[in-house]
Design a protein around this ligand. Structure first.
Ligand code: FES
Length: 473
């Protein structure tokens, strides 16, 4: 009889302090280069443009809905009819806060940053996520999507417990883990795993937030005791037990049952077409492959992005039911065989990487003059608001021409990871990294938005007689 050579799976492998995480680094799976399809640069620039209008409209409707359902619950309190608005309130509160948390966390929902930050903090509280911790864990999720031992946000871990999966629909044990976690953080303690992806400089903010969360919950409990009514807890706290199921229904479509440890989002992520209501509640996160490939694109532009790249994608699921026709049998099989993955068919198209890069890179071996200046290219090659990659002498530079016509140059790689800043988004004097939405001021290289913590090196750049020149030494 042939021996079973399939590797034994344990939940410990998913820990960020596991041996498996170290192996992922050795195997080149950490912070690696992922497959990205070709999107013409001018099209991408249009898609990256942010507006306040769509997210303000959607957020007003969202809070309006919560208010209306909450008031209806109060008005009907004492009658069995109150169950309907209070249940719907819980679903909107605990499930659709997930996508608001997500989009605002990327800083892409609104054009105005304080609006992103305010919605992020509110939605983090509503969805039971500690805002500072999850900002960092989500950056890791984007670097190392479904890489075992590296990704801190793998929802479905192997071996799969079917009972455990059902408990997730009523948010157990997530609910209790959250309160344990904020209690620990409020006492000023970080877990070893958290230390793997959160910089020490952020610890004090984690502790401060945890204390604020605890104070809010204490106030709600005090109000419930003082008024001898469970009603306050039905607005804050308990909805996360019976209203979070829709978040899981949406969330499982993202990666459940698909490949682990691959560097192609088409193999470990799903894009699902959704109806108008689900698209609204989920803020277009059904376009999840596209989001992972291009996290700078705001949610309201994801359908347009999908149209541009769908030739490179595996078939898109026509609705949640179509997705679950695949997910349910896959998970039943995973429950029996923890090494089973559903294999998605990927179109056999030419590798777009070379064309993608060639369209945006100037490579030069030219010698610098006595003062260190080197010729780059014609000024006309760069439109206003553009950024160009310049490879010279084994170094990668990013050269910026702002919308005001000013020129700046920095190192071409983000100081946080291996991302080309030239594939990012230049807005005013700020370049946004394509990988985790970190931002730098191109005038002096300073960090303007985490996760980067180290400033970029800057270089003098000028244009002379219609030619761009960079000082490389
Ligand atoms: Fe993480 Fe740039 S690589 S923000």
């Amino acid at each position: 009889m042939a021996a079973n050579t399939a590797p034994l799976r344990t939940l410990e492998e998913y820990s960020l302090v596991s041996e498996r995480g170290k192996q992922a680094v050795v195997r080149g799976l950490a912070d690696a280069q992922w497959y990205v399809p070709l999107v013409p640069r001018e099209k991408m620039r249009e898609l990256l443009e942010r507006r306040n209008g769509p997210a303000i409209r959607d957020t007003i409707i969202w809070f309006g809905l919560l208010l209306a359902l909450g008031l209806a619950g109060i008005a009907l309190w004492g009658t069995p009819w109150a169950i309907i608005p209070l249940f719907l309130y819980a679903v909107v509160y605990a499930s659709s806060s997930d996508s608001r948390w997500h989009e605002a966390g990327h800083g892409t929902a609104f054009k105005t940053d304080w609006l992103n930050n305010a919605l992020y903090e509110i939605a983090s509280f509503m969805v039971l996520r500690e805002s500072v911790i999850w900002r960092w864990s989500h950056a890791r999720h984007h670097s190392d999507t479904i890489i075992v031992g590296r990704d801190a946000e793998i929802v479905l871990q192997r071996p799969l417990s079917v009972g455990g999966l059902f408990l997730k629909f009523i948010n157990i044990p997530g609910f209790f883990r959250y309160f344990q976690s904020i209690l620990r953080h409020s006492l000023g303690k970080m877990a070893p795993e958290e230390r793997m992806f959160i910089p020490e400089a952020a610890f004090s903010r984690v502790y401060r937030r945890a204390r604020i969360y605890l104070l809010i919950y204490l106030a709600v409990i005090t109000l419930a005791i003082g008024t001898r009514s469970i009603l306050p807890l039905l607005f804050i706290g308990l909805p996360n037990l019976y209203g979070a199921w829709l978040m899981l229904i949406y969330g499982l479509t993202q990666h459940a049952g698909l490949a682990e440890d691959v560097l192609d989002h088409r193999l470990n992520t799903r894009t699902v077409y959704m109806n108008l209501i689900n698209r609204y509640l989920y803020w277009n996160m059904g376009y999840h492959i596209e989001h992972h490939m291009f996290p700078l694109v705001p949610y309201y532009n994801l359908p347009k992005l999908h149209e541009l790249v769908k030739a490179y994608m595996p078939p898109t699921y026509n609705g949640l039911i179509a997705a679950y026709r695949e997910i349910v049998p896959t998970l039943r099989r995973v429950a029996k065989d923890p090494n089973y993955y559903y294999q998605r068919p990927v179109p056999a198209l030419p590798e777009p990487e070379a064309a993608h890069a060639a369209a945006q890179v100037v490579v030069s071996d030219a010698l610098a003059d006595a003062d260190g200046w080197v010729e780059v290219c014609d000024l006309n090659l760069m439109v206003l608001g553009d950024v160009l990659r310049f490879d010279h002498g084994g170094h990668v530079y990013a050269i910026y021409r702002t919308s005001m016509g000013q020129m700046f140059a920095t190192d071409g790689f983000c100081s946080h990871g291996k991302a080309h800043l030239t594939e990012g988004f230049l807005r005013g004097d700020i370049i946004e990294c394509p990988k985790h939405n970190g931002r730098f001021d191109v005038r002096d290289g300073s960090v303007r938005r985490s996760p980067p913590r180290v400033a970029l090196k800057t270089y003098p750049v000028r244009h002379k007689d219609g030619r761009i020149q960079l000082k490389v030494k």
